[in-house]
Design a protein around this ligand. Structure first.
Ligand SMILES: [Zn+2]
Ligand SMILES: [Zn+2]
Length: 138
């Protein structure tokens, strides 16, 4: 991960490394608050610092920031292997990661066709989880 920091042109500060490590080890996309709660266990910093680090990492394309179905922003690594797309239950707020990214081939094609340097994308499915379907909607 410090490698990725080097390539991005951002200095590998302890805070940036701590924030990235939290996201790297997460099983699902995390909100800024969740990331902060974990990151302070390795590196003391205020919530505003965590937010600043997250926005730096996002603007340098190391992280993807997507709005979830619940209106909150979720962060994850911006790599084909590292990022995950998710299913959001609109009733209970459950967030379920799905395996793999179906967009890598499309990204390659778009890059070739448009010349864009694509640094991220977002894809979120919303719906009802099995438990909420059982509960019935009426
Ligand atoms: Zn649900
Ligand atoms: Zn993807």
């Amino acid at each position: 991960m410090p490698n990725q920091l080097g390539q991005s042109g951002l200095r590998a500060t302890e805070r940036r490394k701590a924030v990235l490590a939290v996201i790297e080890h997460a099983k699902k996309p995390l909100t800024a608050d969740e990331i902060h709660a974990e990151a302070v266990k390795t590196e003391k910093m205020g919530l505003s610092t965590t937010y600043r680090v997250l926005s730096q990492l996002t603007s340098h394309a190391l992280l993807m920031k997507n709005e979830g179905g619940d209106g909150r922003c979720y962060y994850q690594l911006n790599t084909p292997q590292g990022h995950r797309h998710t299913l959001h239950c609109t009733a209970c707020g459950a967030v379920v990661p799905i395996e793999g990214c179906p967009l890598a081939a499309l990204e390659n094609r778009l890059r070739a066709e448009t010349g864009f340097l694509i640094t991220g994308h977002s894809l979120t499915f919303t719906g009802l989880c099995p438990a909420c379907q059982q509960r019935g909607s009426c």
